[in-house]
Design a protein around this ligand. Structure first.
Ligand code: ZN
Length: 367
């Protein structure tokens, strides 16, 4: 016996297909073109289009053809780092509608979360966002999460261990909320932006160092959701102490703190000095680059794929990229000719954008 599909389910499925068809089309489409393209009855298409238009998901242009309304739904992203927080709002295309940097040091206290929640509301107001259209709030934090147990396992950067995610969720419960690790969110953003079909490894260079493993269209997380924690691979036996309590980790050498906090500078000031020919900055960078190249050679050797550099450092690396790429190619056992090292698409806001994009992607699948 054929499964029974109710009319409302059939209508919803048809509407979703039509929405996706318009979403994927670079040109405005007439109702007839949509009916022909999807082999739907014109009357059903007209019915779905009326519903989509009433829901604010599509609009008609001057000729009566249908186009996507990018602001039909929106999503927000929040990234909480040790020295600052970031907010981003995006539309259905992933286009940024606004962003904000909050220079507030992290603290795992209700007062901190309430203050951030208040800033979020002000930010959404300033962006002119209709809350009814807000799909949800993605939150990214530099921490290993256990989603099954609903727990933040450890974050050396934020000095947190074994925290129930509910303790954070509850302050943002006005919206659907999802919390994840920053490099995973950045990797997700990269996959979205480039439609990555090939394999790539993402290395996030911020005060904390982390990563993500993108296998084709899949995001490899490991058996326990901890895959890609490149920041705590051993780089120098018995080396510098790391915030995780061990010694010689990649993060101890490749944290942006080595270029900023250690010298009492901001990253911007450091790179102004470096590009201005300052000798001390050049010496510090040379040491940093050496360690970064070692880490990249290990990643290249393990994964044999492209590497994407992200995090707070990435906006400053454009000029240095050819040399980094060359050096990694030289030091890797196999040929460097087919090796590509590139900077992430969303720059220093990639995690914030990526975690918001999850709501957009989910909506596209379930609307
Ligand atoms: Zn470590």
């Amino acid at each position: 016996m054929e499964p029974i599909i109710s009319d409302s389910v059939r209508r919803q499925t048809g509407r979703r297909q039509i929405y996706r068809y318009i979403y994927d089309s670079p040109q405005p489409m007439t109702a007839m073109e949509i009916a022909e393209g999807l082999s739907f009855a014109p009357v059903d298409v007209a019915d779905s289009l009326a519903g989509l238009a009433a829901d604010g998901m599509v609009v008609q242009d001057d000729t009566g053809a249908y186009v996507l309304e990018p602001r039909g739904r929106v999503a927000a992203g929040l990234c909480m780092l040790d020295d600052r927080a970031q907010l981003v709002a995006i539309d259905m295309r992933g286009t940024e509608l606004g962003s904000r940097e909050l220079p507030v040091p992290f603290s795992h206290t209700p007062a901190y979360y309430e203050m951030i929640a208040q800033c979020l509301e002000e930010f959404l107001d300033d962006c002119g966002l209709d809350r009814d259209r807000l799909l949800g709030l993605g939150i990214a934090m530099p921490a290993i999460m256990d989603q099954t147990e609903g727990k933040l396992v450890i974050s050396p950067t934020l000095e947190l261990q074994d925290v129930l995610l509910e303790e954070i969720y509850c302050h943002f419960s006005r919206y659907p909320v999802f919390i994840e690790n920053t490099p995973n969110a950045s990797g997700y953003a990269e996959r979205w932006a480039n439609g990555v079909q090939t394999n790539a490894v993402y290395l996030s260079l911020d005060r904390g160092v982390g990563g993500a493993i993108l296998l084709g269209n899949e995001h490899y997380m490991g058996d326990h959701g901890r895959g890609g924690e490149f920041g705590h691979m051993r780089l120098v036996p018995n080396g510098r102490p790391c915030l995780c309590g061990r010694k010689g980790c990649v993060e101890a050498y490749c944290s942006t703190s080595r270029l900023s906090d250690d010298l009492g500078l901001t990253l911007e000031e450091f790179f102004d000095r470096l590009y201005g020919g300052d000798e001390q900055a050049a010496a510090v960078w040379k040491e940093y680059q050496g360690h970064l190249v070692d880490a990249l050679v290990s990643l290249r050797t393990c994964f044999d794929c492209d590497i994407i550099l992200g995090g707070a450092l990435s906006p400053y690396l454009e000029e240095l990229l050819p040399e980094l790429r060359w050096e990694v190619g030289e030091k890797t056992l196999f040929s460097g000719e087919d090796f590509f090292l590139y900077l992430d698409h969303f720059g220093s806001r990639s995690a914030c954008t990526g975690t918001a994009l999850r709501f957009i992607d989910d909506f596209l699948l379930t609307y």
